[in-house]
Design a protein around this ligand. Structure first.
Ligand SMILES: NC(=O)c1ccc[n+]([C@@H]2O[C@H](COP(=O)([O-])OP(=O)(O)OC[C@H]3O[C@@H](n4cnc5c(N)ncnc54)[C@H](O)[C@@H]3O)[C@@H](O)[C@H]2O)c1
Length: 383
């Protein structure tokens, strides 16, 4: 069977996500593995065309990874009819105009989240994509984490009975950049540059919740800036204008209550950087990036509250690990393969711009809830 080629314009490949997860771990890994095996027996091979602001940085990446084409001129890449997909991992504030240009050029579009900086902008993108009839997708990487795939297995098997609640803890200490360099880019801490943990993480929580437990119907959140000043990549002090922690309660369709703390100002006392505890009538689970522990109802010990006695139970040891039972590949690559297969087949990608709009609706509702100090019901649109 023949090999087909898909040429992909990739923007933002000098950045953290664009370089490591999308270029190296996804597209180049697919290329070096002879492409994607297709259902008709053929293979779909990928050819990246790198786009960015710095000729020298792109040239270095291209040389290091044997990539034939790069340019600092997006319009030239878009005008090239042999390219059919545009991918965007730029800083969020740069995304909308590039995606609109790509749609106008008739390219299919895959993008990092959030798809834009606001619901209004995201709707504009979703509308433009729909009118142009292009395949569109937004990264839903957390759904492909081994821990969450095991959690999905448990849900599909009916392990939990009726799910009552979900408690999520996400976060770690991001250095302020003065004594030790920060491990995240400084724009993340400036609202004016598209930063903020609500904008960053509520998009993720929206698709995790809607795909595993039910659509979000209402949110109550408090977003705060615990650390008001930080030091940037050049060592200059700047005002951290964006929220660096958010404490949220999400009411889901079907009655599940989810609470998720998101924080760049917390020190980790967990097994993994994100963990979700799910409690159901017939069992509970704690899922992280990789692991997933369970405690079925029939194996649940009976703790008794007694403030006079130190506890003699090792609660952590009372849980059982869910086995892998399969090989879990890189989640970014897995979704790339699905997106490109959808493009090849001419069918919609399930995690599309409308899902991106819903993610931003949750962001805006969360921020509004925090500002106004009240519970916000979600608009029932963009289904
Ligand atoms: N899916 C995930 O888990 C995940 C994780 C982190 C970030 N992201 C998203 O990926 C995108 C990139 O984040 P990152 O952490 O890789 O950022 P980064 O700062 O490391 O990279 C940003 C990229 O955008 C380019 N860029 C273009 N114009 C720019 C401008 N005016 N200012 C700054 N950079 C500009 C940079 O050159 C670079 O290639 C963001 O939209 C972010 O929300 C997703």
């Amino acid at each position: 069977m023949a090999t087909r080629n898909v040429r992909i314009i990739m923007s933002g490949v000098t950045g953290r996500m664009g370089y490591r997860q999308h270029l190296l771990r996804s597209i180049l890994a697919i290329r070096d593995g002879d492409g994607i095996a297709m259902p008709d027996g053929g293979r779909l091979q990928v050819e990246p065309v790198l786009v960015g602001r710095s000729h020298d940085k792109l040239a270095d990446i291209a040389r290091a990874h044997d990539v034939a084409e790069f340019t600092t001129d997006l319009d030239t890449a878009l005008a090239d009819e042999s390219t059919s997909v545009y991918f965007d991992a730029q800083a969020t504030g740069e995304r909308k105009k590039a995606i609109l240009a790509a749609i106008a050029a008739g390219k299919h579009v895959y993008t990092e989240k959030p798809i834009a900086g606001s619901v209004a902008e995201a709707r504009e993108l979703a509308q433009a994509a729909r009118s142009a009839g292009i395949i569109n997708g937004v990264v839903h990487d957390k759904l492909y984490l081994p821990g969450l795939l095991k959690l999905k297995r448990l849900i599909d098997a009916g392990f939990f009975g009726r799910i009552m609640s979900v408690r999520g803890e996400f976060g770690y200490w991001v250095f302020t950049g003065d004594v030790q360099p920060a491990q995240r880019p400084s724009w993340n801490y400036r609202t004016e540059d598209g930063g903020g943990i609500v904008l960053d993480m509520f998009c993720h929580w929206n698709y995790v919740l809607e795909n595993l437990f039910g659509r979000v119907q209402a949110v109550t959140a408090k977003a705060v800036t615990h650390v008001p000043e930080r030091w940037d990549e050049q060592g200059n002090r700047y005002a951290a204008t964006a929220d660096d922690a958010a404490y949220g309660i999400f009411e889901l369709e079907g009655g599940v209550l989810a609470q998720i703390n998101s924080s760049w100002t917390v020190r980790v006392d967990r097994d993994e950087l994100v963990e979700f505890q799910v409690d159901g009538t017939t069992g509970s689970a704690v899922a992280g990036l990789f692991g997933c522990r369970i405690q079925p109802a029939v194996c649940t010990p009976k703790p008794v509250w007694d403030p006079d006695l130190p506890t003699d139970q090792d609660f952590r040891s009372q849980w059982q690990q869910v086995p892998d039972n399969q090989e879990f590949g890189n989640g970014f690559r897995a979704q790339w393969e699905e997106f490109l297969s959808d493009v090849d087949a001419g069918r919609p990608h399930p995690y599309d711009f409308r899902a991106g709009v819903r993610g931003l609706q949750l962001v805006e509702a969360g921020l509004r809830s925090s500002e106004e100090g009240r519970r916000i019901e979600m608009e029932r649109v963009d289904r």
